[in-house]
Design a binder for this molecule. Structure first.
Ligand code: IPM
Ligand code: MG
Length: 369
């Protein structure tokens, strides 16, 4: 299979983790005889420095012409003083909008070897497997009007939370379909006791539920959901929520998987699918070869599964990740005991790559019996 992947390393630890994800994809291609073509482009702070814009037209055009986009991370304190519309993050939001993916899938699971890496008690989190479906193109992130005005020497800032029925429906259908293929449970998270957007959200999800009689639906207010995710994460299967709530709850849920560095994401539904780890650019550890590349590598697995329908290859990557964790290899963020073998970003990528061939052999042997 031939695949063109636009690679946007971005800022901070982005280039380091992306490099390892690409290395793993190259290994998959060589084991399975696929041809993956990688094209690197600048975005975010790196693009502001070079081109004066966080999303240069060449980058966007290349992404629109690709089969999928693999992004590292975006953001740099160097640009903190800029207005929101000129920051590196604005490049990411423009890119998401232009690619058109409205459903951001963020799986959060407790990897058994990492259960003790979490500050939460293992018996509460072991077995957790949640899929967040975060609406990605609406709500406060994109609602108009927005801005800061100044009258009589006082500044007033405002943002708009806005959702149409169509915007809610399309992302909700992605979540229902996902739930159908998993445990058949969907929890919709909103703030319907206060917000009109949430009332419309709840009504719409409730109406759609009639089309999915095999999916069991419940609704939670976002404040309660934040608590239940920590108190009893195993009660969840698919969590559907709007843009900002999904941003916040997915970082919170990362605690279950031991580190934000473990989480992957896929953005689907638009012209070109976008894959990115959930973590940010982590400028404090950038350039030191210590960042955890597993979120980026797991995002590459999602790319193979969602865009390319290469299920075996995707699950091989996930199995390889599990293997290296079982052996005890850990980047610093997931170290739990003195017997762990602390490895660098590049070593972690290398170990996952090396483990792939063995995993693929095992799968073949298993299918053969
Ligand atoms: C995320 C990030 C982004 C977001 C930032 C970098 C704009 O936090 O993907 O969760 O808020 O969506
Ligand atoms: Mg976030």
């Amino acid at each position: 299979m031939h695949l063109r992947i636009a690679v946007l390393p971005g800022d901070g630890v982005g280039p380091e983790v992306t490099q390892q994800a690409v290395r793993v994809l190259r290994e998959v291609a060589s084991i399975h005889g696929h041809s993956f073509h990688f094209e690197e482009h600048i975005v975010g702070g790196a693009a502001i420095r070079e081109k004066g814009s966080p999303l240069p037209p060449e980058t966007l055009d290349a992404c629109l012409a690709a089969d999928a986009v693999l992004l590292g991370a975006i953001g740099s304190p160097e640009f903190d003083h800029l207005p929101a519309s000129e920051k590196p993050e604005a490049g990411l939001l423009q890119l998401r909008n232009a690619l058109g993916g409205f459903a951001n899938l963020r799986p959060v699971k407790c990897w058994s070897p990492l259960a003790s890496a979490s500050p939460l008690r293992s018996e509460f989190i072991e077995g957790t497997d949640i899929l967040f479906v975060r609406e990605l193109l609406g709500g406060l992130y994109f609602g108009e009007p927005r801005g800061i005005t100044s009258t009589n020497g006082t500044s007033v800032a405002f943002n708009t939370m806005r959702y149409s029925v169509a915007e809610i429906e399309r992302v909700a259908r992605v979540a229902f379909a996902a739930a159908r293929n998993r445990q058949g449970k969907l929890t919709s998270v909103d703030k319907a006791n206060v917000l009109e957007t949430s009332q419309l959200w709840r009504q719409t999800v409730t109406r759609l539920a009639a089309d999915y009689p095999d999916v069991q639906v419940d609704h939670l207010y976002v404040d309660a959901a934040a608590m239940h995710i920590i108190m009893n994460p195993k009660r969840f299967d698919v969590i559907l929520t709007e843009n900002l709530f999904g941003d916040i709850l997915s970082d919170e849920a990362a605690v279950i998987s031991g580190s934000l560095g473990m989480l992957a994401s896929a953005t689907v539904g638009g012209a070109v699918d976008l894959y990115e780890p959930v973590h940010g650019s982590a400028p404090d550890i950038a350039g030191r070869n210590i960042a955890n590349p597993l979120g980026a590598i797991a995002s590459a697995a999602m790319l193979l599964r969602q865009t390319m329908k290469l299920e075996d290859e995707a699950s091989d990557i996930e199995m390889a990740i599990e293997n290296v964790l079982e052996i005890g290899y850990r980047t610093r963020d997931i170290v739990t005991s003195s017997s762990d073998r602390v490895v660098s970003t590049t070593e972690m990528g290398q170990f996952v790559s090396e483990s792939l061939a063995a995993v693929a052999d095992m799968r073949h042997a298993y299918h053969a019996v």
